[in-house]
Design a protein around this ligand. Sequence first.
Ligand code: CU
Length: 130
Amino acid sequence: MDEPRVVNLKWSVAAVGAMALMATACGGSSSDGTLEPSEDGVLRVVADDTMDFDADAYRAAAGEIAIEYVLSGFQEHTLVVEGYEDELVLSVENGGSDSGTITLEAGRYILYCDIPGHREGGMEARLLVQ
Ligand SMILES: [Cu+2]
């Protein structure tokens, strides 16, 4: 009965190796810039068809945050805040835009696209609320 355990161990080593590889690949991608809030106070997030946002991190002021989600492409994408998926879902396709508001306290949050496979493909960014 030892053999299944050996197989399982091999599987987890392979999984950890794959995850490390993915982390390395993601770490070097796109810009390292944090987008400051725009002058009108609207948090503007641009998505494109390479499954990426226009920044790896965004900033916003604590309280009611107005978010404008713009698509520079054609694929359908959504924007949600991790842990707050019930409060705000922005959805775009065919070069459109969507907007809404969400109230957040100061802290660190994760923005992502909840279409299956997109977050894993890179549609994830940090949101720093101050
Ligand atoms: Cu997406």
